[in-house]
Design a protein around this ligand. Structure first.
Ligand code: PAN
Ligand code: ZN
Length: 215
């Protein structure tokens, strides 16, 4: 028993060892433990120890959308998107990973669909993975030379965001767009470059359909 305790990979565990929703098919053992987190594949919800949530409401998004008057006409408290993330190591740790889910509400500001602020990684050569759980969207990508393109997001779509590439997600559907992300814990987020120069294209509703429109 002493040896097993020494090998417990999660000595600070605060959740019960046994998840009542999962039948235990393996022999009881102190060396085999439950995961610290679970993701609900239908919704993208992240469950478990120390999940941190962050909300972005209309009031937090001044300057993000093209139509400032349309943004000002919305309730400042209206939720645009939120995240549920796990940070298992301190921010800035080399060799670690963070992950979490982003949920973007359906909606528009004028003719521009609800979307994230978007960023380059502050450590610019760090890449990222996205995986869509629910809804439909566009992942807008922009290289350092300001070339912009987009990938369609739908359930199961899996996206590699290369290093040195700004990324923003746009909900073009009528339901919540939920996608998982995992990125290096020393990536950081450079929002200032996007606040200053924006993306070189925006996703607008044209003829009832989303289009990536160069600005
Ligand atoms: C994602 C994003 C998340 C919210 O986890 O941080 O979708 O978008 P903004 O950070 O642009 O507001 C990610 O890309 N992390 O690196
Ligand atoms: Zn990122």
């Amino acid at each position: 028993m002493q040896a097993a305790a020494l090998h417990d990979p999660h000595p600070t565990r605060t959740t019960p060892r046994t998840d009542p929703t999962v039948e235990d098919p393996v022999t009881a053992s102190d060396l085999i433990v439950d995961p610290r987190h679970r993701t609900d594949w239908a919704t993208g919800a992240v469950l478990g120890d120390g999940v941190e949530t962050l909300e972005r409401r209309v009031a937090d998004l001044a300057g993000v959308f093209a139509d400032g008057a349309a943004l000002a006409a919305l309730d400042p408290e209206l939720l645009v998107y939120r995240t549920e993330c796990v940070f298992p190591v301190p921010d800035g740790t080399e060799g670690g990973l963070f992950w979490g889910t982003t949920f973007i509400q359906p909606g528009r500001v004028g003719e521009e669909y609800f979307m994230t602020k978007g960023h380059f990684h502050a450590t610019s050569d760090r890449a990222e993975i996205y995986l869509t759980y629910a809804g439909t969207g566009l992942l807008v990508l922009m290289s350092r030379d300001r070339t912009c393109w987009a990938e369609r997001m739908s359930v199961g779509s899996t996206h590699f965001i290369p290093a040195h590439t700004a990324h923003r997600t746009v909900n073009v559907g009528d339901d919540i767009l939920a996608f998982g992300a995992s990125w290096p814990s020393d990536a950081g987020h450079d929002y200032a470059s996007i606040a200053a120069d924006g993306f070189s294209a925006r996703v607008l509703r044209i003829g009832g359909r989303p289009a990536l429109v160069p600005q």
